[in-house]
Write a protein that binds this ligand. Sequence first.
Ligand SMILES: [Zn+2]
Length: 436
Amino acid sequence: MTSQIPDSGQFVLGNVRLHRSLTPGLAATFDADGFALADITVANGNISSVAAHKKSKALADAIDLAGRIILPCFVDCHTHIDKGHIWPRKPNPDGTFMGALNATGADRAARWNAEDVARRMDFSLRSAYAHGTKALRTHLDSVPPQEEISWPVFEAMREKWRGRIELQAACLLGIEGVRDKEWFERLAKRVAAAKGVLGVVTYMVPDLEELLDKVFSEAIKHGLDLDFHADETDDVAAISLKKIAEAALWNGFEGNILVGHCCSLARQPDLDVLDTLDKVAKAGLAVVSLPMCNLYLQDRRADQTTPRWRGVTLLHEMKARGIPVAVASDNTRDPFYAYGDLDMLEVYRMATRILHFDHPVGDWPQAVATTPAKVMRLDGFGMLAAGGSADFIIFKGRSWTELLSRPESDRIVVRDGKAIERQLPDYAELDELMVD
Ligand SMILES: [Zn+2]
């Protein structure tokens, strides 16, 4: 199949299946699952047209893809590639959130020099690229002295990957770290110098409102977007999502705000939930759920009994209110999640099962494409449209049930009109980083 995609010039991919939610310009008849048969013309690395499928003479030379699904390349808006793949040397002892936090903190202090971070990051990016991801935001643990190590590594990695993966970074620290105002101001300055995003982890501390004000004022001062981890717990008293929305409103914040996790919201009484969602919508927050990581960490029971809830937040209720919602990879093979490979098809498949992105599918595919692209301010990413670059993934599946039932390991990733080499990195490459 790969060999059928020409290396250059103009060609037509005929008889392909495109989804309504990801092809804004396509005038065609869509079926109940949102698909229509179409023809894509590629010229010199760009999409020159996307049109309803025609069996005309002009298309006689088209490559007939027999109804296979094509999706735009993925946008993964919440990852931790600075933590990725440390599992072999630092597993989570009990699968809990605290176990993850402590194990990762110890590993960071002992092992995260620039070379270690860079090699694991590059490994992660090669996986993401091979699976069809075009843009990725990572959080960077920025607890002293790690910020001085990881941010220069990120800057170099962003350069190295430019044109293949648009890489963004947000700093990551517990909200209590903001109490050291001088240090936090220096961090915000460093993040701004790297054109990064300001991020913190929020949980219930007595001075949460005051600390959030400091975060917002630094973001406003430097013109930074914000990215929070909020309420990654089953504790119904955890309402930092609401506090973030309130802080955004009273600070008159105009940048983009992405909030991840928000697990506790799914455990709270309906009236409280409605109040929070009103504020989140009014404040213009976007929310990303991390279904695989949340399934792994939430409701983990010390007595080895069975988990009773899925850990994800209320994406359907948010979407119904017009709150932009996304799903993303989060952690990969580190103490926060023992598995994962930055494959956004896997994320979408798992989200479909855990969060019911089906019956109807509606515009849920935007949650791994257009919506995170907007949050990340990436024009033209996450959609297929004439004039855009020819960056897409050709799958074997011809329907949702075919697409989401197999790993699609033989998918074809086309970048700038050419099929890329899809070689996943070998785990053995990292072996020497895993020894004591
Ligand atoms: Zn995260």
